[in-house]
Design a binder for this molecule. Structure first.
Ligand SMILES: CC(C)=CCC/C(C)=C(\C)COP(=O)(O)OP(=O)(O)O
Length: 352
């Protein structure tokens, strides 16, 4: 039961709905995030966000994710993230499709990479990620050995969650939409492995290397399901058009830099070495962290403007579903930005 958001929905019309946040924002550790060039959220429905969040926390509990930390998970507000990012529908079941995928991906990052209290172990990361890729992409193995993978999926909360999220996705999506999302997930896992090797080698990546990584260890899997949530289908040949890929991956990178910028203080105060663009810039360009945040923000803005220009051109010439999909990406970026500014996960404390 999808519905179109009320009011104008095309690219560049977001200012007509909720005003975008233009104020600089302190995020802790003396860091101030400058205003970013990003649309405002198209919808803010706290009750819907709460309802989604409760379903998600229940599901996480059933999967065995975040043991003893479900209250912290609740206050991160991933349900609110999905409510903000997918204004095309207010159907709870349909919104739970991207919600489970999003939480499963974040949980993998927390459990395998970032949080030793949740079992993150750098020396296990590579093999865990490969098994996660096999679980997501349904590796087909000779019968005596297939049971090994299925046992692993049953026993590991992260694998269980990934498998469950993909199963729900497959119920709502066409096979090509599901494969598209699984492929984006696999690329994300490749990027997470890269983080593991930087960690082991105690190395800060060069800026080019970090940006290459962040292109795929990114929100690309979230963007891959926008049409599923909207209840329409972007044809595979349209999705695969290099000009469409360029616009989508540019938006994926820009939205992941929003995460880097807003999560910097959280990552700096954690016991695990973490990676983000401001740190890579500060190391390579020998500048203070605040200056690196501003340079990161400028790069984000440049990417968003590039996405907007590419999306506008594509919207003029492409099929209606492409126009809708690109508007969906714009809305997703606005929701993602609004959530990062306000989620307790990043210690933000004020409203939109
Ligand atoms: C939802 C999804 C597909 C996520 C993929 C990868 C991921 C967890 C992020 C892009 C978030 O980045 P990060 O690992 O820096 O997250 P936190 O800052 O720890 O929240």
């Amino acid at each position: 039961m999808s519905r179109s958001p009320s009011g104008p929905t095309g690219l560049g019309t977001s200012a007509a709905r909720l005003s975008p946040p233009h104020q600089a924002r302190p995020v802790g550790e003396g860091i101030v995030v400058p205003p970013l060039h990003c649309p405002g959220a198209l919808r803010d429905d706290p009750a819907l966000g709460e309802a989604l969040n409760e379903h998600l926390v229940d599901w996480a509990g059933q999967m065995g994710l975040y043991p003893g930390k479900l209250d912290a998970l609740r206050s991160d507000g991933f349900g609110r993230l999905v409510m903000l990012c997918h204004p095309e529908t207010d159907d709870l079941d349909r919104l739970l499709v991207p919600a489970r995928c999003t939480l499963a991906a974040w949980a993998l990052d927390d459990h395998y990479c970032d949080e030793p209290e949740l079992g993150a172990r750098p020396e296990l990361l590579g093999s865990r990620l490969a098994i996660a890729a096999a679980a997501v992409n349904r590796a087909r193995m000779p019968p005596p050995y297939a049971a090994g993978l299925e046992d692993a999926v049953r026993e590991d909360p992260v694998l269980r969650a990934l498998r469950s999220a993909i199963e729900y996705l497959a119920l709502a999506a066409t096979p090509d939409q599901t494969v598209r999302a699984c492929h984006a997930f696999a690329l994300e896992l490749l990027g997470l492995g890269q983080e593991g090797s930087w960690r082991t080698a105690r190395r800060t990546p060069a800026v080019w290397e970090y940006l290459t990584h962040r292109q795929y260890n990114s929100f690309l899997p979230c963007l891959a399901v926008i049409d599923v949530v909207g209840g329409y289908r972007l044809a595979p040949q349209v999705h695969a058009d290099p000009r469409v890929r360029a616009a989508v991956t540019t938006a994926a990178l820009a939205s992941s830099l929003v995460n880097d910028i807003y999560s910097l203080a959280r990552e700096n105060s954690s016991t695990t070495v973490d990676f983000n663009l401001p740190q890579a810039i500060a190391a390579e360009q020998a500048c203070p962290l605040q200056e690196a945040v501003e340079r990161s923000a400028a790069l984000h803005d440049e990417l968003m403007r590039r996405f907007e220009a590419e999306a506008s051109a594509l919207s003029l010439s492409g099929p209606p579903e492409l126009r809708r999909y690109l508007a969906g990406i714009s809305a997703w970026c606005g929701g993602n930005h609004a959530w990062h500014r306000t989620s307790a996960r990043y210690a933000a404390r004020t409203s939109l």
